[in-house]
Design a protein around this ligand. Structure first.
Ligand SMILES: C[S@@+](CC[C@H](N)C(=O)[O-])C[C@H]1O[C@@H](n2cnc3c(N)ncnc32)[C@H](O)[C@@H]1O
Length: 377
């Protein structure tokens, strides 16, 4: 219903002008006026509460208030824009680039087809997003698909998308973080297959290790397959003043601004390397291998010796993953892949290191549950 649409007392014809047909309108007028004032007050209260909740970072609850306000006042552009601002905070924009990454989509679909092959198995898809991987699993012949999504707004959308695609009888969306799922309550039995694509450019940033560790212990059958089953991290020493300048500043307008480097990114960030002048000063080296299905997933530190292949200035480390999705399907965000939405992961050092050709450098590679970090000696 549109509010403030002029059904107030001021818009009613004066009593003396009212013809016979107006009598009913006249009788209804006071009630209509009362309802508008009541709705207006309700909208104002909802908007105020929405802002209060948003200020205390309760974004989902804030969104609910604005949605209710908007249902009462559909033409209110301020409410629509506020909701959109909240949605942008709740749903990262990379979802769109990810969904349009056809190489990624095809790779997961192929891997699901090979793993499921009409076997009627039970699939758990952690991190629904739009429900894409769940719908692919259903199309590949899974018996039942359960998918959980930690962001309630995204889970609601996934449910609607799955229903639009007439797969709601095969796929159940559970609006929960995977580590809160309980077999027997949220899903009827342990799953035969886990598919998970909570992977950022540096592999671990979206929490795949703790998610898989928990799933292996609590949600999967002992012999369950995981897509991806394995992953490798590979790296090269990177020379790129252009990339370094994306994370450090020393002088601007003749002023020393280097104190600002306190807020530079200490871990890695995504870079499309082919868009920046750069050189690789070492061959490709393996940092870590992960076996998601059976291997240990605890934090590790490894030291490797890297021999430089040319003279130059090491600004940082470029690294990427190779995801083994099973059945020979491999997906990588290596620098040779110019299209994928992940780009490469780069960690830059505040003080670059000058090197000669054939120099041996000791690189320490560390990972914890959600990050990978390199240091040079
Ligand atoms: C990279 S997206 C992938 C979406 C979808 N699986 C696809 O491939 O198109 C990861 C999604 O997982 C959700 N997510 C991350 N960790 C989760 C967890 N532990 N439990 C449930 N959802 C999670 C995020 O909110 C996000 O929507």
């Amino acid at each position: 219903m549109k509010l403030y649409d002029g059904i107030g007392a001021a818009d009613q014809p004066p009593a003396s002008d009212a013809g016979p047909q107006s009598t009913r309108e006249q009788r209804r007028a006071p009630r209509a006026k009362l309802r508008v004032v009541a709705d207006r007050a309700r909208v104002r209260a909802l908007v105020e509460e929405g802002h209060r909740l948003a200020a205390s970072f309760q974004l989902e609850r804030a969104l609910e208030r604005f949605e209710e306000a908007s249902s009462l006042d559909a033409d209110n552009e301020a409410i629509v824009l506020t909701m959109n601002g909240l949605l942008r905070k709740l749903v990262p924009r990379w979802h769109f680039a990810m969904l349009n990454d056809h190489e990624r989509n095809r790779a997961f679909e192929r891997a699901l087809e090979i793993a499921i092959g009409g076997s009627q198995c039970t699939v758990l898809d952690v991190g629904s997003g739009t429900g894409l991987l769940s719908m692919m699993a259903a199309r590949a012949g899974a018996g039942a698909v359960f998918t959980c999504e930690s962001v309630a707004t995204i889970a609601r959308l996934a449910r609607r998308i799955i229903a639009e695609n007439r797969l709601d009888h095969h796929v159940s969306v559970i609006p929960k973080v995977s580590t809160d799922l309980v077999v027997g309550r949220d899903i009827p039995r342990r799953a035969d297959l886990l598919v998970i694509e909570t992977v950022d450019c540096g592999l671990l940033g979206e929490g795949i290790l703790p998610i898989v560790r928990h799933a292996r212990e609590k949600l999967l059958r002992r012999e369950a397959q995981i897509i991806p089953g394995r992953a490798k991290i590979r790296f090269q020493l990177l020379e790129s003043d252009a990339v370094h300048r994306n994370n450090f500043a020393f002088e601007a307008g003749g002023f020393d601004v280097s104190l600002f480097n306190q807020v530079s990114t200490k871990t890695y960030f995504p870079v499309r390397l082919c868009a920046h002048p750069h050189a690789f000063l070492s061959p490709v080296v393996e940092a870590f291998e992960f076996d998601f299905e059976r291997g240990p997933l605890e934090p590790r530190t490894r030291t490797v010796t890297v021999t430089t292949k040319q003279r130059g200035r090491v600004h940082g480390i470029a690294f990427w993953f190779e995801l083994d999705l099973g059945g020979g399907v491999v997906l990588t965000n290596a620098p040779t892949n110019h299209q994928n939405h992940w780009m490469q992961a780069v960690q830059v050092f505040e003080t670059p290191i000058d090197v000669e050709r054939d120099e041996d450098l000791t690189v320490t590679c560390r990972h914890d549950d959600t990050s990978i970090r390199f240091s040079l000696a």
